[in-house]
Design a protein around this ligand. Structure first.
Ligand code: SF4
Ligand code: SF4
Length: 191
């Protein structure tokens, strides 16, 4: 009989201890000590020490970005990609067409009509980044944070949305830029 009541007491005691711990955490709850209110809150990326200066070398392989206004369409990045997930199309424009300069002062001679990166195939090797003469393709975050903040969350429901398109050239632009200007009436009359 004594053992029977001892067991009951033990069960009640254990229950009270458990409830006490729950109540203690409930009233002493601090922001961040239980869980993060994702997606409003995100864990910061931990620092990685792999022997490179993180101010110079981007140890974070997050997401590729292209500053398309600086791209000269040289396709060096496309050729460097071991898995062919970069697709670039360019159009040669007439000599007199001014496409402007890049941030490094290079004259742009090609219209980049397509610049797609299939991130479902990308293996984040960074090999496309090194040969770029304009430094306009890079991984976001790290030393590039000022240009593009870290972005490592880009889940999509549809795989096709993971093909990032960077070219902002429209069909109308192509027609306008590649159509030669009309011959002045005076020249036609002289002929
Ligand atoms: S990071 Fe590597 S796999 Fe991804 S696009 Fe660049 S070269 Fe290709
Ligand atoms: S290497 Fe740079 S400039 Fe050349 S096509 Fe790629 S992103 Fe553009």
């Amino acid at each position: 009989m004594k053992k029977y009541f001892q067991n009951i007491w033990q069960a009640v005691k254990t229950l009270l201890i458990g409830l006490g711990i729950t109540l203690k955490h409930m009233f002493k709850i601090r922001k961040g000590n239980v869980t993060l209110q994702y997606p409003e809150e995100k864990w910061p990326r931990p620092d990685r020490n792999i022997g490179f200066d993180p101010k110079i070398y981007n140890v974070i392989r997050s997401k590729l970005h292209v500053d398309i206004d600086d791209c000269i369409g040289c396709r060096k990045c496309e050729r460097a990609c071991p898995v062919d997930c970069i697709k670039i199309d360019t159009i040669k424009v007439p000599k007199e067409t001014d496409l402007g300069l890049t941030s490094y002062g290079t004259t742009k001679r090609l219209l980049v009509s397509r610049f797609d990166i299939d991130m479902t195939e990308c293996m984040f090797c960074n090999l496309c980044v090194y040969p770029c003469p304009e430094d306009c393709i890079f991984m976001t975050g790290g030393p590039n944070s000022e240009k593009q903040p870290l972005d490592y969350e880009y889940s999509q429901y549809d795989r096709s949305k993971l093909i990032f398109t960077f070219s902002n050239v429209t069909k109308k632009d192509i027609k306008r830029i590649t159509t030669p200007p009309p011959v002045p009436q005076e020249i036609l009359k002289n002929d």
